[in-house]
Design a protein around this ligand. Structure first.
Ligand code: ADP
Length: 273
């Protein structure tokens, strides 16, 4: 009888182990697939500007004594492609840097209203060109312990998107709202632009995902902006939520804790010393 119980138990343990191993294998396979997809996306994205530059350069070479105007026009296009390539590389580097575990944030008490004002100031020229009204509404002034440079980049991406994906309509706006309670600060970036279809709302935070590739390229997008934003917000132990309706607009809500909470246990902290 005892033998039977032991046998039964060992069978159960073996079944549990093999289930765990299978689950781990599935996770590893999925991870590997997403890594392969990322590498193939990276190669594609990096090749696109190079292909355009090659076409432009080749046509100039074969054109022989083309007029100076044409040279200037093609060179301007080549220069734009170089900017694009540089932007993709910059964005990729900042993502890869943040991917490495142990990324340190340079946290300082930061006046959030002041930070948002600076962001809007930098984006005013772009808003003007696109005829978008850009406003900041501060419900409650607050300071938070954040990495100002990184968090500014995260919020800037959201505001820039609100301006870029506004759909050339009249009365386009992007409104940024700052609020806080005793624990968190809330930054809302709301636009009345083209909106994001429901089935795309989770995907837009993935690397290189764009709802409309042509439109994103046209506006100089790399498809990495929201992935960077999300990564920075997670590093701050914050969260980001999107609500959107096609043709009506999008709202991104960011929540950041006012104080950084050590995530390691006291034992881990002691062993790191
Ligand atoms: P991109 O460089 O293409 O702007 P992002 O990662 O910033 O890349 O955004 C991913 C995609 O999400 C964009 O290509 C666009 O299709 C969509 N998107 C982002 N923000 C908005 C917005 N405010 N309104 C409509 N679509 C947006």
């Amino acid at each position: 009888n005892l033998n039977e119980t032991v046998e039964q138990n060992s069978y159960l343990v073996t079944a549990q182990i093999s289930e765990d191993v299978n689950a781990t294998l599935r996770k590893l396979r999925a991870l590997n697939e997403s890594r392969q997809e990322f590498v193939s996306n990276v190669s594609h994205e990096l090749k696109t500007p190079i292909t355009s530059m090659r076409v432009l350069a080749d046509s100039l070479i074969s054109a022989g004594d083309a007029p100076l105007e044409l040279y200037k026009e093609f060179m301007t296009d080549i220069s734009k492609e170089i900017d694009r390539e540089a932007k993709i590389i910059d964005d990729l580097l900042s993502l890869v840097r943040m991917d490495r575990s142990g990324t340190v944030l340079n946290r300082k008490e930061t006046d959030m209203h002041e930070m948002l004002e600076q962001i809007l100031k930098r984006l005013r020229p772009l808003a003007k060109v696109n005829q978008i009204e850009l406003t900041l509404h501060t419900v409650r002034e607050v300071t938070a312990e954040v990495d100002e440079v990184k968090l500014s980049l995260a919020i800037m991406n959201l505001v820039e998107n609100g301006i870029k994906y506004n759909g050339n309509q009249k009365d386009g706006y992007v409104q940024v709202t700052l609020d806080a309670d005793h624990q968190f600060c809330y930054i809302r970036v709301e636009d009345n632009g083209i909106g994001i279809p429901e089935d795309q709302q989770e995907l837009v935070f993935e690397r290189f995902h764009r709802v409309d590739k042509a439109r994103s390229r046209e506006t100089g997008g790399t498809g990495l902006g929201l992935a960077i934003t999300k990564e920075i917000i997670l590093l701050h132990q914050g969260m980001i939520r999107l609500t959107s309706e096609v043709g009506k607009g999008s709202t991104f809500l960011v929540r950041i804790p006012l104080k950084y909470i050590e995530s390691s246990t006291p034992a881990q902290a002691a062993s790191q010393k």
